[in-house]
Design a protein around this ligand. Structure first.
Ligand code: FES
Length: 164
């Protein structure tokens, strides 16, 4: 099973592809080349969509299963792009006991994505995070680094509307 739901169409440029080919040409054949190739590929594209994994597989001869396995195993790699607005909900203990799980679920429902994904228009991505050191404001979420505290599910629409 190599297909994964893509939320944003792949839109790599020729320049990005050339940079990737250069990286592969430099590293291929070296032992353990896959990790550095994937790291550089993520630097170039910002994430590792199936299309990029396929290019790496074609150029290196490394099977897709192996590339997909490594890309999904290590948390440093992401298969989904980040949104223009990156929402991060704190699921640390203080926030969680004050209902941040409900906020997180409500955001998934409203945006139509699950954690780790990005909306198809590229606008919002959603992630959970650990304590951000603002427990006094629990439950907390951040949008591009801006902190929203003492949240209730009813606040979400108004907050999202600021970014529409
Ligand atoms: S647990 Fe959420 S800010 Fe500390």
């Amino acid at each position: 099973m190599l297909e994964k739901k893509e939320t944003v169409p792949f839109s790599g440029t020729k320049e990005q592809e050339e940079s990737l080919m250069k990286v592969i040409a430099e590293l291929k054949g070296e032992k353990g080349a896959l990790m550095p190739i994937l790291q550089k590929a993520q630097d170039i594209y910002g994430y590792l969509p199936i299309e990029v994994q396929k290019m790496i597989s074609d150029e290196t001869g490394i099977p897709m299963e192996k590339i997909y396995g490594v890309a999904t195993f290590y948390s440093q790699f992401t298969l989904n792009p980040k949104g223009k607005y990156q929402i991060s909900v704190c699921l640390g203990t203080a926030c969680y006991v004050k209902g941040s799980g409900d906020i997180y679920n409500a955001l998934m429902e409203k945006l139509g994505i699950v954690g780790g994904e990005c909306t198809p228009d590229g606008k919002f991505s959603l992630d959970a995070c650990r304590c951000v050191g603002a427990c006094g404001l629990a439950p907390v979420m951040m949008i591009n680094g801006e902190v929203y505290g003492r949240l209730t599910v009813d606040d979400i629409d108004d907050i999202l509307a600021k970014y529409e």
